[in-house]
Ligand binder design. Sequence first.
Ligand SMILES: Nc1ncnc2c1ncn2[C@@H]1O[C@H](COP(=O)(O)OP(=O)(O)O)[C@@H](O)[C@H]1O
Ligand SMILES: [Mg+2]
Length: 323
Amino acid sequence: MEDNRLLSVEDLSTFFVGGERPVKAVQNVTFGIGRGEAFGLVGESGCGKTMTALSIMRLVPIPGRIMNGRIIFEHRNLMDLSQQEMQQVRGGRIGMIFQEPLTSLNPVLRIGDQISETLITHRGVTARQARETSVELLGKVGLDHPDKRYFQYPHQLSGGQRQRVLIAIAVSCNPSMIIADEPTTALDVTIEDQILRLLESLIAHSDMSLLFITHNLHIIKRIANRVGVMYTGRMVEQSAVEGFFREPLHPYSRGLLDSIPEFTSGTKRLNAIPGSVPRLSELPSGCSFHPRCPHVMDRCRSEEPMMTEAKEERWVRCFLYQN
Ligand SMILES: Nc1ncnc2c1ncn2[C@@H]1O[C@H](COP(=O)(O)OP(=O)(O)O)[C@@H](O)[C@H]1O
Ligand SMILES: [Mg+2]
């Protein structure tokens, strides 16, 4: 595995430090992605998924700050790179696809020119080569009449078509990894299915790795080889996908699965997890899940569990699995 590693995130912490108390958006997060692997990052809204992705790209918005951690990507620690080197990584070695409203396309530029621009910046090709490649890419991501599409503006496309253009930009420089942050959340289910299919086929026909962020466990099951579950800025479980859906280890993961009919075994009733997610600036002591946990023990209220290997290749942050 180690040799095959493309990305290692080690002990990453990212806080928002403007207010009276720091908001610990990401705390001591560690995980890795192998070449060709699809890693799914899942968790409820506000648990730190996007900040994890933005930390990797070193795009955390002010007053957010990476407080600690190493991000080893293609054998370099991204934390040590200059801004200029980092710009080569973004869009060049790592393609990014965000939920549309976030990144979106430049409304006043033709979509083809936006792809060409990336190619010229990162690959140093001529304008003419860039145009040819862009038309090819528009076809590859499934847009009809790519030669005509080239000249259209974002508002002339549907949401699904715009997401295809963003995917074309993301893969244009043959990156070794794509980070997709809720890329289908704004789309209806039919279009979502088409976009997932496109991503699946792009991954299958290359050795690109994928970091896929979603709150939707159905998508994780479909697209990921491994899954990481986040809760209040912490990674609480990391497993291969099959094992995870068969037997989730962390009580929070069990709660998430139990709230979805297809993943609930037998006649079990649908349980919502009791209580609500605490604010990140006022986290409970000990394990931050303890007030909601059906298995809470005394020590969970005062001590914080470490991430430990509970089974082969399965990691969990919970005292149920520690001596
Ligand atoms: N601009 C900001 N200023 C202050 N806190 C922020 C800001 N953006 C995000 N946060 C904090 O970071 C936490 C994690 O956010 P985020 O990574 O976007 O969550 P997710 O993507 O899992 O929904 C949020 O719960 C919020 O408390
Ligand atoms: Mg998010």
